[in-house]
Unconditional design. Structure first.
Length: 120
C-alpha cells in the first residue's frame, strides 16, 4: 500500500517586490515558498498574497461585553490558490526553475513585459 502522506520541506522563502496596477493605491504583494517533496525530490511553490484587514480585538471587553479596543489594520498572508501548483503544474527539478515559472505566471496575470520585470 503506497504512503498517502506527502512530506515536504520548505527550502526557500522569497518576497516579491510590490506590483502596482492602474487605478490602485495599494500594490499587490506576494511571498513565495519553495517546498521539496519527499521522496520524489520534486520542487513545488506555495504562493501567499499579503492582504490587509481591519479588525477589532474581542478582548478586553467593557461591562456590556463589547470590545473596548479600537479598530486596527493588520497584514495577513493568505494562500493564493490561483497560483497553487496543484492546479497549474508549476513544479520543477530546481528552486530556480520553479521561481521562474511563478514569476512568469505573475507577469501573465499582471500583463508585465518580462524585459521590464524585476520580481524575484
Amino acid at each position: 500500500m503506497p504512503n498517502l502522506i506527502k512530506l515536504m520541506q520548505v527550502v526557500g522563502t522569497f518576497e516579491v517586490s510590490p506590483i502596482f496596477t492602474v487605478n490602485q493605491d495599494d500594490p499587490w504583494r506576494f511571498r513565495i515558498e519553495i517546498l521539496k517533496e519527499y521522496p520524489s525530490g520534486k520542487y513545488i511553490p506555495r504562493v501567499y498574497r499579503w492582504e490587509c484587514f481591519r479588525v477589532r480585538p474581542t478582548f478586553p471587553q467593557d461591562e456590556n461585553g463589547e470590545s473596548s479596543s479600537e479598530l486596527a489594520d493588520h497584514d495577513f498572508l493568505i494562500q493564493d490558490i490561483g497560483l497553487d501548483s496543484d492546479d497549474n503544474d508549476i513544479s520543477g527539478d530546481s528552486i530556480e526553475e520553479v521561481l521562474n515559472k511563478v514569476q512568469q505566471r505573475l507577469e501573465e496575470m499582471f500583463f508585465i513585459d518580462r524585459s521590464e520585470a524585476d520580481l524575484v
